[in-house]
Design a protein around this ligand. Sequence first.
Ligand SMILES: Nc1ncnc2c1ncn2[C@@H]1O[C@H](COP(=O)(O)OP(=O)(O)O)[C@@H](O)[C@H]1O
Ligand SMILES: [Mg+2]
Length: 135
Amino acid sequence: MRFVTRSGEETELLGEYLFCRLTRKYRTFLLYGEMGSGKTTFVRGFVRAAGYDGVRSPTFTMVTVYPTPLGRIHHVDLYRLQGEEDFYTLGLLDVLDREIVVIEWAERLPLRVEGVRLNFSVVGGNEREVSVSLL
Ligand SMILES: Nc1ncnc2c1ncn2[C@@H]1O[C@H](COP(=O)(O)OP(=O)(O)O)[C@@H](O)[C@H]1O
Ligand SMILES: [Mg+2]
């Protein structure tokens, strides 16, 4: 699937839509794409669809857990990941496949993780392309 959005609001709506469409079947979401391509904006809509409002860019922590009415959502940002050991201290392996995990900067994962892949790219100005590959 491929989508083009023309504002941050549209990318949030895409996040809401894909939450509703995909989380019955999939738990792990891998987000790829440069800084500013809309990953966090997408996650804001995605988590809002679960009934939790207030996703921000996780600046200092690599994992933020949102207690939503539909269960916990783990929001991960690997931008500052230093190395493999750093990754294992995050404790994600314990929740992968059991709870919903959304990973920004999935390029930096030190091991193979199965999940829905979402590639974000800046088309120009306020346009973003999001391509989604299911397992
Ligand atoms: N179509 C769009 N989709 C998402 N964000 C957009 C769009 N157009 C402009 N923006 C802006 O681009 C920025 C995206 O930032 P963010 O979601 O934090 O990106 P990332 O997490 O990939 O670094 C925000 O400032 C947002 O307002
Ligand atoms: Mg981000």
